[in-house]
Design a protein around this ligand. Structure first.
Ligand SMILES: *[C@@H]1O[C@H](CO)[C@@H](O)[C@H](O)[C@H]1NC(C)=O
Ligand SMILES: *[C@@H]1O[C@H](CO)[C@@H](O)[C@H](O)[C@H]1NC(C)=O
Length: 196
């Protein structure tokens, strides 16, 4: 049987085999956000990975996208979108592997990046979608803040509340250089500019 296969059939069988969820939506209740797209989209030979990405352009709602891509897709998208790219992952371990819900498993919760660093060169200061993210209690916001005292700098991201920045202002006074809250999954990945 095998010997009757043409070379092209073998290539097709061995390589161009992956199927992915494929969609784009800005609806937070959509199948695209949930990762529950049923139709299998067969990937072209030069895109043998499945991706899932979440982009928020200034002041806009999140855009959820899934599909087939080359394996280095997220590196490309980091360059294209900088901090507007909130989440990106690529998988190759089987059909429809890009099926994880964007954000926390529990829809009542928000997913935020979490890190603490005193190092100016850290990804905690510059912002990175490769940093750890955690699911926060419902009603939380994501925060990112930067404190600069004569002794040290503190860069921090994580789960907060609407009063986090006010509380930090009381605690650190003028040393609180910046503090931001936001309410979309993975939104607290922006670069923190250092004082000059
Ligand atoms: C997506 O998930 C949410 C939360 O579980 C649910 O309320 C919503 O109906 C789902 N959307 C679709 C299209 O199934
Ligand atoms: C995430 O942030 C921490 C600082 O809290 C840093 O040490 C670590 O290298 C970062 N991880 C990645 C993958 O960038």
């Amino acid at each position: 049987m095998f010997k009757y296969w043409t070379f092209l059939q073998i290539i097709t069988y061995v390589v161009a085999d992956l199927s992915c969820e494929r969609c784009a939506s800005d609806d937070p209740n959509s199948d695209c956000r949930n990762g529950t797209i049923k139709e299998k989209f067969k990937c072209p030979a030069d895109e043998q990975a499945c991706y899932a990405e979440d982009i928020i352009n200034d002041g806009k709602t999140p855009l959820y996208r899934r599909g087939c891509a080359p394996e280095d897709w997220c590196d490309t998208q980091k360059k294209n979108h900088a901090a507007a790219l909130k989440f990106c992952s690529v998988c190759t371990d089987g059909d429809m592997c890009n099926n994880k819900r964007f954000g926390a498993e529990d829809p009542a919760k928000i997913q935020c990046y979490k890190c603490d660093s005193e190092d100016t060169d850290s990804t905690c200061r510059t912002g990175s979608i490769d940093n750890e993210s955690v699911s926060c209690r419902s009603g939380s916001s994501c925060y990112q803040y930067y404190v600069s005292t004569s002794r040290r700098d503190i860069y921090s991201r994580g789960c907060g509340t609407s009063s986090t920045c006010d509380d930090l202002g009381k605690q650190y006074g003028q040393s609180l250089e910046s503090c931001k809250l936001c309410d979309d999954d993975y939104c607290n990945n922006e670069k923190m500019s250092i004082a000059v």
